[in-house]
Design a binder for this molecule. Structure first.
Ligand code: ATP
Length: 367
C-alpha cells in the first residue's frame, strides 16, 4: 500500500486539475493513500498543513476547472540543496513513498534533481539525526513520476503536454475575434503568443487561423533581411485582394543571429514600409485562462491514472518515469532522458543548429 504525494508546480495549465483528480481517485481505487501537497515545491519545503491526506470527495468538481486548485508557486528554496533536503524530510515525516509532480520543464528538472540526489539526502538526514535509521532504511528510494502540465508543449518525449490544447483553443478564439475588426478596417495585426522558447503554440495558431507570417524560435527566418521578405509576402497577398494581414510572433522568436524578434518591431516595419494601419496584441495570461478543453480533461485523466499504475508496477530499480503521449498512446519513459532531450533543444538553438532543434521537436510539431 503506497502513500502517494501529488503537487502541481510552475506555471498553471488547464488540465492540471483533472490530472490531480485522476491521481487521487486512481490511488484510492488501487488501495493506496493519496496526499495533496499545496503550493507546489513551496508546500513540500514548508510541510505542516501544506501536506494533507486526500479523500475521494476532496477532488470533486476538479475535472472541469482551469488553473490548479491545489495551488502552484515558483519556489526559490527548492533550487537550493538545503531546500530540497527539507522537502525530503517532509516527505519522509508524512510517510510518502512516491511523489507525482505535474509541471513544466523547470519543475520536472527539479524533480529529476531530487530523484538523483534522493539517497544522499536520506543519508545526510540520518547522519544529522533528523530521521531514524529505521526511517532511512525504509525510504532509501523514492519513486518520482512526472507529468507535463504546461501550455507551452515544450517537453521532448511527448506529443502533447497537459494544457497546450486549451491554450491553443483560447488563442484561436482571440485571433478570430481580432480578425473581424481587422477585416472591417483593413488592418494588419501582429499577435504575440506564449510558449517561452517553444514555437508550438505559435505554429499551430498560425496554421489554425490562416496567418500570413510566423516567427518561431526553432526556425528563424532564413534570410538576414527578413523584413523585406515579410513585406513582400504580405504585400503580395494584399495585391491579390486580401483585406487583412496577420503575423504571429512566438514570445521566444529570434532571428538567425539569435536576436529577439519582438511584435512591436514587426509592427513598426509594417507601418513604415507598407503604410498599413498596424496594431499589436499581446495575448498574455488569457491563454492560460478558462476551462480545460475536452482533450486536456482526457489527457490529464488518462495520464493521472497511468501515473498510479506506473508507481505500482515499479521495482526499486525502475527509473523515475515521465508519463507522456506518443502517437495517441499514453507512454512511460525515463524522466532523465526526457529532461536531457529537452535540454538539447535549447542547446541546439544556442549553437544555431536549427535543423536539430526542429528534429528534436518533431514529435510535437509533426512533419
Ligand atoms: P512553465 O513551463 O509553465 O513555466 P515550469 O515548471 O517550467 O512551468 P519554472 O518556474 O521553470 O516553471 O519551475 C517551477 C519551479 O520548479 C521553480 O520555482 C523551482 O522551485 C523548481 N525548479 C525549476 N528549475 C529547477 C532546477 N534546475 N533545480 C531545482 N528546482 C528547479
Amino acid at each position: 500500500k503506497k502513500n502517494i504525494g501529488i503537487l502541481t508546480s510552475g506555471g498553471d495549465a488547464q488540465g492540471m486539475n483533472p490530472c490531480v483528480r485522476a491521481v487521487v481517485r486512481m490511488a484510492i481505487a488501487r488501495n493506496c493513500n493519496p496526499y495533496l501537497i499545496y503550493e507546489g515545491y513551496q508546500g513540500l519545503v514548508d510541510g505542516g498543513d501544506k501536506i494533507k491526506a486526500a479523500k475521494w470527495s476532496d477532488v470533486s468538481g476538479f475535472l472541469t476547472l482551469g488553473g490548479t486548485l491545489i495551488g502552484t508557486a515558483r519556489c526559490m528554496a527548492f533550487r537550493e540543496l538545503e531546500g530540497r533536503r527539507t522537502g525530503v524530510l517532509n516527505l519522509i515525516k508524512n510517510g510518502i513513498d512516491a511523489l507525482v509532480v505535474i509541471g513544466g520543464d523547470g519543475s520536472l528538472t527539479g524533480a529529476d534533481k531530487l530523484r538523483a540526489e534522493w539517497p544522499s539526502h536520506v543519508e545526510a538526514l540520518e547522519k544529522d539525526g533528523r530521521i531514524s535509521k529505521e526511517s532511512a532504511d525504509k525510504y532509501r528510494t523514492l519513486m518520482i513520476v512526472g507529468m507535463v502540465g504546461s501550455i507551452d508543449n515544450d517537453l521532448a518525449s511527448t506529443d502533447m503536454t497537459i494544457g497546450a490544447s486549451s491554450a491553443l483553443t483560447r488563442i484561436c478564439e482571440s485571433v478570430d475575434a481580432i480578425l473581424s475588426t481587422a477585416l472591417s478596417h483593413q488592418r494588419a495585426f501582429v499577435v504575440e503568443v506564449m510558449g517561452r522558447h517553444c514555437g508550438w503554440l505559435a505554429l499551430n495558431a498560425a496554421i489554425s487561423t490562416g496567418a500570413d507570417y510566423l516567427f518561431i524560435p526553432e526556425a528563424p527566418p532564413k534570410n538576414d533581411d527578413w523584413e523585406t521578405a515579410m513585406c513582400n509576402t504580405l504585400k503580395a497577398s494584399r495585391d491579390a485582394g486580401k483585406r487583412t494581414s496577420l503575423v504571429i510572433v512566438a514570445e521566444g522568436a529570434i532571428d538567425r543571429n539569435l536576436n529577439p524578434i519582438k511584435a512591436e518591431y514587426v509592427k513598426d516595419v509594417l507601418a513604415q514600409r507598407l503604410g498599413y494601419d498596424t496594431r499589436v496584441t499581446i495575448l498574455g495570461h488569457v491563454q492560460r485562462g478558462g476551462a480545460p478543453v475536452h482533450f486536456d480533461r482526457f489527457l490529464g485523466t488518462m495520464q493521472g491514472a497511468e501515473a498510479v499504475e506506473a508507481i505500482l508496477r515499479a521495482t526499486p530499480e525502475t527509473p523515475s518515469p515521465v508519463i507522456g503521449m506518443l502517437e495517441n498512446k499514453i507512454t512511460t519513459q525515463p524522466l532523465k532522458e526526457a529532461i536531457q532531450l529537452t535540454g538539447e533543444v535549447a542547446a541546439s538553438i544556442g549553437r544555431k543548429d536549427f535543423a536539430r532543434a526542429m528534429e528534436l521537436r518533431s514529435n510535437a510539431f509533426g512533419q
